[in-house]
Design a protein around this ligand. Structure first.
Ligand code: 4AD
Ligand code: MG
Length: 435
């Protein structure tokens, strides 16, 4: 075997090592034989490459071992990388030797079709498939682009707690746990702490897991999901919308630039993604109600949009659409009221096109102490627990705004997946806690 770190390469780097003898470590994707020649498709997570194993090159004994290779057997291969335009990826390995580490027996996920329940129960293995690999890489790119966007605009990444006595997004979706005799919740959002961080840092973003005990089982709802939340001081609703649309356009452009192979594996129509440039259309909630009525929906002003309404509205546009100024009744206590109409809040949601619905929710925040105190009381929230949050309005309050983007919903739309369950390695949903 060829040993040493200099010769050990990843499959995605094969093109950089043409005509060199290298060591590749991975797993059998599949293998077949034709007479005295064996064809091994080797995967290592970064790519898949064809290894040609000729009986005369490796010897009789090794060739007998080749016959024992099964799907997902772990194996190291050494050989020369040669160009072959007909091979997937344009390169293949002329194998000189290989070492089997462990023979995989009866790998449950075969190339044949499997039902979703079966695949979800074998999620820990399903992740090795080509499609799941592509989704995970695109998810990574989306997260990287998001962070790069904020980092390059002088935001500081600040972490927020996951255990909290504060309610952020309403009392109906709380996961409760015991904190040495005290009742605490798993964070629904890091926003309230993000606001404190923004007053300390000017511009901050927090990024982490959030939890919601959602009552309904849908294609869009997870019980544990990841959210990125910028919070910006000296910022109003309009500027907030600009940050959101520029961020989203940047993310899509980065995925198109760096993950075209993965989008191709998913058979994603990228012409739709290529149109995603700022600015996005802006439509008020009230105008959306008119769009719905014209579209035949029986919808009253004041109601919240459900999946069918969001899908319909988003299908009217070929870019993400920003809906702003919602009825105060259906939105959270911290949103600032519209000075021109006190029944409205300066909130905004961004709906992804192609019927995907809400991927971003945000608002300008109530910055006045007395008004915020009144809102807390109206919502029956425990004022004592919010004294620290009220302090932000006691000591140098300023207009500020922010939003939250759900990573899984964004992955789901960019990859055009039918369900949010494939956007995260181990989804937590109704009826699914394992693996
Ligand atoms: O609209 P939401 O509830 O807004 C907030 O949490 C604000 N505190 C954010 C802020 O202003 N800092 O949630 C924001 C986003 C949604 O647009 C959606 O993408 C995602 O979080 N989200 C979910 N994703 C998956 N499963 C769920 N159950 C989700 N709930 C919200
Ligand atoms: Mg929302």
């Amino acid at each position: 075997m060829v040993k040493g770190i200099m010769n050990k390469i990843l499959i995605k780097r094969a093109n950089e090592h043409q005509d060199k003898t290298v060591l590749l470590n991975g797993w059998v994707y599949n293998s077949r034989r034709s007479g005295k020649i064996g064809f091994l498709m080797l995967r290592d997570g970064t790519g898949i490459i064809q290894c040609i194993v000729v009986k005369n090159d490796v010897g009789e004994e090794k060739f007998e071992q080749f016959k024992r290779l099964t799907q997902e057997t772990s194996i190291s291969v050494s050989g020369k990388i040669v160009k072959n335009d007909r091979a997937p990826g344009g390169f293949e390995i002329q194998t000189s030797d290989f070492t089997i580490h462990q023979i995989s027996v009866d790998y449950p996920i075969t190339p044949k079709e499997h039902g979703t329940e079966f695949l979800m129960s074998n999620r820990h293995l399903w992740l090795r498939s080509k499609r799941q690999n592509a989704i995970i890489k695109i998810r990574h790119q989306i997260i990287k682009a998001t962070r790069d966007f904020f980092d390059s605009h002088d935001f500081t990444l600040v972490d927020t707690p996951l255990l909290t006595p504060n309610v952020c997004e309403g009392t109906t979706t709380l996961f409760e746990t015991d904190y040495y005799g005290e009742k605490v919740f798993l964070a629904q959002s890091g926003q309230l702490y993000g606001e404190a961080n923004a007053f300390a840092m000017g511009r901050q973003y927090n990024f982490g897991p959030t939890f919601r005990a959602e009552k309904s089982k849908t294609r869009r709802h997870l019980l544990e999901f990841w959210m990125v939340e910028p919070e910006i001081t000296y910022c109003d609703l309009n500027e907030n919308m600009e940050w959101a649309e520029n961020m989203l356009a940047y993310i899509v452009a980065q995925v198109l630039e760096h993950k075209s192979e993965e989008l191709a594996i998913l058979e994603r129509d990228i012409s739709v993604l290529e149109k995603i440039t700022a600015p996005f259309p802006r439509v008020s909630y009230t105008d959306c109600v008119e769009i719905l009525k014209k579209g035949g929906f029986d919808f009253e002003w004041g109601g919240d949009f459900g999946s069918p309404e969001e899908s319909y509205i988003s299908q009217q546009f070929d870019k993400p659409v920003i809906i702003h100024r919602y009825p105060a009744e259906i939105k959270a206590f911290y949103m600032k009221r519209d000075s021109e109409n006190e029944d409205l809040v300066l909130g905004m949601d961004i709906l992804a096109p192609e019927g995907y619905g809400e991927i971003i929710g945000g608002s300008e925040r109530e910055a006045d102490y007395d008004t915020l105190l009144k809102r807390l009381k109206e919502d029956d929230l425990p004022v004592e627990e919010f004294q620290w949050y009220l302090d932000l309005r006691r000591y140098g309050s300023v207009p500020h705004a922010g939003f939250g983007m759900g990573i899984e919903r964004t992955v789901s739309w960019i990859c055009k997946l039918p369900h949010v369950r494939e956007t995260i390695p181990f989804p937590r949903m109704h009826g699914r806690l394992r693996p």
